[in-house]
Structure formats: structure tokens, C-alpha cells
Design a binder for this molecule. Sequence first.
Ligand SMILES: Cc1cc2nc3c(=O)[nH]c(=O)nc-3n(C[C@H](O)[C@H](O)[C@H](O)COP(=O)(O)OP(=O)(O)OC[C@H]3O[C@@H](n4cnc5c(N)ncnc54)[C@H](O)[C@@H]3O)c2cc1C
Length: 397
Amino acid sequence: MTLSRWLDPLPAPRPGLVGDVTCDVVVIGGGLTGVSAALRLAELGADAVLLEARQVAMSATGRNAGFILQGTAERYDRACALLGRARASEIHRWTLENHRRIAERVASLGLDCGYQRRGSLQLGDTPQEEHELRASARMLVEDGFEATLLEGDALPAVHRDAGYHLGLLLPGDGAVDPARFVRGLADAAHRAGARLYERTPVLTLDAAEAGAVVAHTPQGEVHAALAVVATNARVAELLPWFADKVDPVRGQMLATAPLPLRFDRPIYANHGYDYWRQDEAGRLVLGGWRNLDPETERSTEEILNDAIQARMTRFVACTFPDVDVRITHRWAGIMGFSRDGLPLVGPAPGAPGAVAGVGYTGHGFGFAALAGDALAELVLEGQHPFCEALRPRRLDY
Ligand SMILES: Cc1cc2nc3c(=O)[nH]c(=O)nc-3n(C[C@H](O)[C@H](O)[C@H](O)COP(=O)(O)OP(=O)(O)OC[C@H]3O[C@@H](n4cnc5c(N)ncnc54)[C@H](O)[C@@H]3O)c2cc1C
């Protein structure tokens, strides 16, 4: 197993579950989705228990780049073509609402988590990408979103020198240390009354009947009225309906020691395959290049891909040719890609006692804070428009 820059060092784990407990809602999975749900449930007065197989934020949530991006995994012009303009615009608005909630949590809880909101920049170096960036910028502005094209001298020299001619600036985007942020939410959930157990994998889940849900773990059972399943790429282990709807996809990342500041916001290039930023200390955090070896990277194992890591290392050397760069961390993480590229959030088909929030397709920090809140409200109040828009049942085929 690799350890990301955000997870190093790991805090001491919370105690695991020993014995049987009863609660209103059992939340399974301690990433951004599950922890957000547990916090919201506790805030709304529900008795919530969260079960995490490893430690909070130790999977995708603590292994990503920390980009908080608007929209789906597709550029806006393509999202409109694939989903229809009205649906693409509706989902885009939800992702802005997700970011608003993240910012509100950071402020209201006073979280020290490196949160920055300086926008993101999508770069293009081929005629096709430039065409897509121009189309996306025009359509975003037409639909009421903030977007600016940067070209000529307006595009920072560091990008022009690297061969890019055009950038699409989305000023509303941001970045965060994802592990510090989600650990902060977990502490808040605990303070609000949720019970969190780490190193407690759920082995099986009985959720055939709402009101009589049981989560079985190695040393105890949790009896609850309902379950929120937030286990990302492993969802089908507990909810088999998702088996052919969410696929595990591995991402490779590295981080360096602090460097002179050249990138002041998250950068997305090569159709989003390559991405990087410098954090508040100047450390370069870099990921991507999955398209070099897509077959190998269809995996549930958090292991390094030497060829992709070597390509990323070359990128760092070319980008900072004048600096003696020290790479401090290399790691891998597993994403859950849905079959239509959109998250699956809402009632779990085939399991009346469960709801699920999975399948963010590499963009969980654009959706999952809101998904956790929405799932909490869904189980307590019976509905939420976000769960209506992204209900899993749409992939019933
Ligand atoms: C390399 C990489 C880079 C990424 N970069 C970005 C980015 O910059 N921006 C962005 O928006 N998204 C990014 N993502 C995606 C983002 O990290 C995820 O979409 C998001 O973290 C998903 O959160 P989650 O809570 O749903 O899942 P996770 O964080 O994976 O949490 C699921 C949890 O469930 C636990 N679990 C699983 N099975 C069980 C079980 N049976 N019992 C108990 N617990 C269980 C796991 O241990 C895990 O902690 C990236 C992902 C990777 C891997």
C-alpha cells in the first residue's frame, strides 16, 4: 500500500466496533461522502453510527489532488452534448452548490485545511482541445456561469513556454488538503453525537427491509432503520445491483518538496487526464497520465504503475529544469467510475433499507459533500432533489 502526501503521517485510529449497537442510521464508508452524511445526520438529530474499514479519509478521499472543480468529468460543451443542455446546466449548478457547502464548512468549523479558491485553469494544446475550450467558455457564459478564456499574454508564461496556446479559467473553483478537511468533518460529526468506528469493515449488509437493517462486522453488528452506503468503488461488495454500474479505476500521483511558485491554481490538461497544482507551501502535487496504460489502471489495488510514474517524473523535471526537485511521495488511489459518467446518489435498487452515494468518476470533491448532505436528508425526510437528479435507478438496464 502507498501513502499519500495528505495521509503522511496517519493519525492514531479511532477504536473499532466491539459488540452490538443500535442506531437510527448506519453509514458505511468514511470518505467525503460518508463523513458528510454522518455529520448532517447528527446535526439533524439522528443517532448515526459510521463504520470505516480503514481510517477516515484513507481511500480515494485522502489520495486525490484536492481539486474542487465545477461540472462533470467532461468539459462543458461535451457534457451538454451527452446530457442535453438543460441537464448539464442543472448538474453544473449542483456542483457549485457542493463547493459552496465545502467553503461554508471550512469557515463555520474553522478548519485549517489549506482551502484556497483561486479558480482552476483548463489548458489546450491541440486544435480540437482549443475548439472545445472556446465552445465550453461560450456555453458556460450563456448559461450564467463564470468562465474566461486566457490567450496571448493573458495566459501565464509558464503555460505558453510549455506549448499551450489557450486556457479556460473557471474562477469559482478551488483546492483543499482533502484529508485534513474530511478529518475535520469527522471530528465535527463526533462532537455532534455521531459514533465513528475505524478499522471496522462491514462484511455483509442486510438491507432487504427498511427499518430492519443489520451491518455485520468482524466483532459486532449494527442494527439500524436505514443504511447510507458510501464505499465508492467497492459498493457492489455490499450492494450487488451496482456490480456492472461502477468500475474501479486507479489513479497515480506524486508530490514534491516545496518549489518556487509557478502554478497558483489547479491545472487540468490533456482533456483532464493530466492535472497538477502547488499547495500553500509550494509543494507540487501531480496526477494523471492514466491514458498511457488504461488496461493496467483498471484495478482495485493501490499500487504504483512504474511507467506512468516515470512519465510524471519527466514532466516534473521538464517543468522545473532549473531546480533540484525532491519527490517526497508517490501513491495510487482507486476511483469509482459510473457507466454514464455521473454520480449515483439515492435509493439503492434491490435494497429497500439502503441509499448509496458512489460513482463520482474522478470528481468526488465536486459532488460528494452535497451528496452526503442529500443522502442524510433523503433518509430522514424521504426526498431530496439532488437524489432525484442522480438517482441510481436511471442505470437500470
Ligand atoms: C488519484 C486520485 C485523484 C483524484 N483527484 C480528484 C480531484 O482532484 N478532485 C476530485 O473532485 N476528485 C478527485 N478524485 C476522486 C475523489 O477522490 C473521489 O471521488 C472521492 O474521494 C470519493 O469519496 P467517497 O467518500 O465516495 O469514497 P472514498 O474516499 O473512497 O471512501 C470510501 C470509504 O469506504 C470504505 N469502505 C469500503 N468498503 C467498506 C466496507 N465494506 N466497510 C466499511 N468501510 C468500507 C473505504 O475504506 C473508504 O474509506 C481523485 C481520486 C483519485 C484516486
